[in-house]
Design a protein around this ligand. Structure first.
Ligand code: FAD
Length: 444
């Protein structure tokens, strides 16, 4: 991973969340996952997005995992679950230069050999292939039938000989890649699902993928609002904070309402997925993805506008080249010299980035734990995910950029090993005790 990539995917953040059993929470226990609900997975996605934890590849890996879990064999499922749980990236390679929206035009070929399959072709726009452990490749295994037939999914190790990953230059950070496959050899058991059945396989399970994006969009929009409020309450013009102008406050209230509506929608559909309705939620899940992503776009643009010139500055890190808003500053006085980062990451930059990533990951686990706790106290998924609410906005927390540092080492949220309050608190400092009392496992 290059220095630039750590703004999107920081190994330190992955390690911390993996060590706390927070990755792959919704994956089945039979395959090595934690077997918790998709609502809880969405909480993780929302809070890591909101708090700016750089684990962007996680959502792609989670999406890839759905195909393996639904159609893969036991070995493939266990491999992918363990990869996700350890904080490793997984990639999906469907799109080709001539097959975007029209995926059935895919031309990448997989030809049978005496030992398995030989794959040759070119994939494009493949997210995180440059850091992935495996790539789920859509290939044509039969050219004789209709174009929707004869397509097959194959699990390809990302370091297989003949597989070449080339970054695509974009207006943003390095996410996407061309993946060129030249006579890549995989064994017969690399097929995921049935040979020739990929089209029908891909038609299923899209609800989860769409809601994953919805959860992340809600978190990112909430972050924009948190930061916007921090700015407008501190920014003084004409002798008073600009937030005291109703024209400003009304617009922020509208944004907050939009986020709340989308949040309810995301958790409602997530809850229905948990209740086994996934295959009947194509329309609703598509609406979630559409509305949540449009809401995020609108919220981000409004936030930039309402912050005036400061919204255009790089301090908040809302540009597409920086994955998440920066916590450097809050309001009023500019600290331009300290706010600008150099393009090349020096050793101390890297160390401070790592500290920042860890701090964000700890903060996310802290907030997440509190929301899980609230969720459990309301009876978990019963009654619908719409009961889930984000914590109230605290401009002072936002203005500090990150939460109380004194709490940072006391976050012990773990899905796997719920400590009883009594055991966990033995010998703990007062702060630690408070943190542990609100374990996500404290059930009513
Ligand atoms: C950042 C990024 C990451 C990506 N990650 C992945 C990945 O991990 N794996 C992967 O396989 N792919 C990935 N993609 C590819 C993505 O899935 C495709 O970009 C998408 O499917 C659209 O294909 P296209 O870009 O070829 O657009 P096109 O198919 O050329 O479409 C261009 C425009 O025409 C419109 N259009 C096309 N057909 C019609 C029609 N019949 N009626 C009306 N409008 C139409 C489209 O809606 C679109 O607005 C990624 C793309 C991006 C930008």
């Amino acid at each position: 991973m290059s220095a630039d990539d750590t703004a999107l995917n920081a190994p330190a953040a992955f390690d911390l969340l993996a060590a706390r059993d927070l990755l792959g929470v919704s994956l089945p226990t039979a395959d090595g996952g934690l077997g918790r609900t998709f609502v809880e997975e969405c909480l993780l996605l929302e809070e890591t997005s909101r708090t700016g934890v750089p684990i962007m590849a996680y959502s792609t890996a989670l999406t890839a995992a759905q195909s393996y879990l639904r159609f893969g064999d036991a070995t493939q499922r266990a491999t992918i679950v363990s990869s996700l749980r350890a904080g490793k990236a997984e990639s999906i390679a469907f799109t080709e230069p001539e097959a975007g929206s029209d995926l059935a035009s895919a031309q990448t070929r997989a030809v049978r050999t005496s030992r398995g399959w030989s794959i040759t072709g070119r994939k494009t726009w493949i997210s995180f292939a440059h850091v992935a452990s495996h790539i789920l490749v859509l290939a044509r295994t039969d050219v004789s039938g209709r174009r929707h037939d004869g397509l097959t999914l194959l699990m390809v190790p990302a370091d297989a000989p003949g597989l070449d990953v080339r970054p695509i230059e974009t207006m943003g950070a390095h996410i996407a890649n061309d993946v060129v496959l030249t006579d890549v050899q995989v064994p017969a058991d690399a097929v995921v699902g049935q040979v020739g059945e990929a089209w029908r396989h891909l038609g299923r399970g899209l609800a989860v993928e769409r809601v994953i994006i919805g959860g992340m969009a809600v978190g990112a929009a909430q972050r924009a609002i948190d930061q916007l409020i921090a700015h407008v309450t501190g920014r003084v013009q004409f002798g008073r904070p600009i937030s005291s102008n109703q024209a400003v406050a009304h617009r922020i209230a509208d944004l907050a309402a939009d986020v709340a509506v989308c949040r309810s929608f995301v958790y409602d559909v997530a809850d229905r997925i948990d209740h086994g309705e996934e295959d009947h939620l194509n329309a609703e899940a598509s609406m979630v993805k559409l509305k949540a992503s449009e809401m995020l776009k609108h919220t981000a643009l409004e936030a930039v506008q309402l912050m005036g010139g400061y919204g255009y500055g790089s301090e908040w890190g809302w540009s597409s080249s920086s994955a998440w808003p920066s916590p450097r500053r809050s309001t009023g006085a500019r600290t331009r010299s300290s706010a600008r980062s150099s393009p090349g990451a020096s050793a101390s930059d890297t160390a401070s980035s790592r500290r920042l990533h860890l701090r964000r990951a700890r903060h996310a686990t802290h907030v997440l734990r509190n929301r899980l706790c609230a969720h459990d106290e309301r009876g978990g998924g019963e009654g619908g995910g719409s009961q889930l609410t984000a914590p109230p906005i605290d401009p002072t927390t936002v203005s500090r950029g990150m939460p109380d540092a004194s709490r940072r080492d006391s976050v012990s949220g773990s899905f796997r090993t719920p400590p009883s309050a009594a055991t966990a608190n033995a010998g703990a400092t007062p702060t630690q005790a408070t943190d542990r009392e609100s374990s996500p496992f404290r059930r009513a």
